[in-house]
Design a binder for this molecule. Structure first.
Ligand code: SAM
Length: 361
């Protein structure tokens, strides 16, 4: 039965069209999901092997100047206890990543652009490079900044940056954000990042209210159009203290399926990029991240933030891993990756092959 999809999937992988992608996203037959997953997994393993890279994520502050309608740490959510890790705490967690042979870490926080924040990140980058003798790769995920700031941080040692555009449709973007937030500005930041020398990652909220299958098809083509190096996207999950918290009935199975289909389709279209199996998948199913690897993802970002702060970084409700410390998470994840017949590549950066090929010209 599933074989009947093979020709369509091969065609889509070679020559993706908006209509073709939309049809595949719209079709909710379980056989299609199976065929898609199988196809994408085959592409992943032939392009990148059965290798998984861990990036330890440090969610170092939930202080945010933005007010996105979907996000639990938006500035208008006054029920959140705001926190900011000290330099010492961040460096302790970075050292843990180094000592546990994670090739890279991710520094993520709410968005701030003030000089104290910019200086702190620059200082931290230099310290992290120094404590690991240059061996830890650092990805930043701290939002929109000006070109000069991106350049400073690149020079200080960051070499990858994740900035989700959230949707490729500017009209949908404006329905998800206040007027002061600009899709064009976020898009410009992706250009600044490329210009500054980073491996650039972006991604979307999947299944967010108001989004159509056509929008999602457009999202996939957007990645191709901007020639992205890394993808981090995940299903939208409501957070009750946000304007989108109760906007529509929430169907976790639908969200998970859409998330997996998007991963598979992105892998088919962008064969050699890094794709993260994000925590939002795990929030929808205990094995969500493993399913993400099966659908074509090759990156996992285990949370290494001290447990004392985890509750403060709830972007959506039921965020998993609130009580699972860094050691437990490493052991559990390693076991589940191995159970899939894949290998965790410790001590390696696992840079985007797509980026490397572009560098070589
Ligand atoms: N401030 C940085 C930025 O803007 O890129 C990074 C932190 S931000 C909280 C990280 C990502 O969380 C966002 O890009 C968004 O896609 C995701 N996120 C926020 N609220 C979410 C929700 N309710 N469901 C799923 N993902 C969500």
């Amino acid at each position: 039965m599933a074989r009947s999809y093979d020709a369509i999937l091969e065609k889509t992988a070679l020559q993706p069209t908006r209509q073709g992608l939309r049809d595949l996203l719209e079709n909710d037959e379980p056989e299609l999901l199976q065929a898609l997953t199988r196809h994408a997994y085959h592409i992943k393993t032939s392009e990148l092997g059965r290798n998984v890279y861990f990036r330890g994520i440090i969610e170092f502050s939930n202080i945010c100047t933005k007010d996105c309608y979907y996000c639990g740490i938006r500035k208008s959510n006054h029920l959140v206890n705001r926190y900011e890790l000290s330099e010492e705490e961040i460096l302790r967690e970075a050292r843990w990543c180094y000592e546990n042979h994670y090739g890279s870490l991710v520094l993520q926080s709410g968005e701030r652009r003030d000089p104290a924040f910019v200086d702190k990140i620059e200082w931290l980058l230099k310290e992290i490079k120094s404590l690991s003798q240059g061996s830890l790769g650092v990805t930043l995920s701290v939002g929109e900044q000006d070109l000069k700031t991106y350049e400073r941080w690149f020079l200080a040692g960051a070499h990858r940056y994740l900035l989700r555009i959230e949707t490729s449709n500017p009209r949908l973007y404006s329905s998800l954000h206040p007027k002061s937030h600009s899709w064009e500005e976020r898009r410009r930041c992706l250009d600044y990042l490329r210009q500054s020398g980073y491996q650039v990652g972006t991604g979307f909220l999947i299944g967010v209210p108001g989004q159509t299958f056509d929008d999602m098809a457009g999202d996939i083509l957007f990645l191709k159009e901007i020639d992205i190096d890394m993808v981090g996207m995940g299903p939208f999950i409501p957070h009750e203290e946000t304007p989108l918290g109760s906007s529509a009935p929430f169907d976790p199975v639908r969200q998970l399926t859409l998330g997996l289909k998007m991963i598979a389709l992105v892998r088919m279209v962008m064969k050699d990029v890094n794709i993260a199996a994000t925590t939002a998948l795990q929030a929808l199913s205990p094995t969500g991240r493993e399913l993400g690897l099966r659908a074509g993802a090759n990156i996992i970002m285990p949370n290494v933030t001290d447990l004392a702060y985890r509750r403060g970084y709830q972007l959506y409700q039921n965020k998993p891993g609130l009580d699972e410390n860094a050691v437990e998470q490493r052991i559990n994840l390693e076991q589940s990756v191995e159970a899939l017949g894949e290998k965790v590549c410790y001590g390696e950066w696992g840079d985007s092959l797509h980026f490397k090929k572009r560098q070589k010209g």
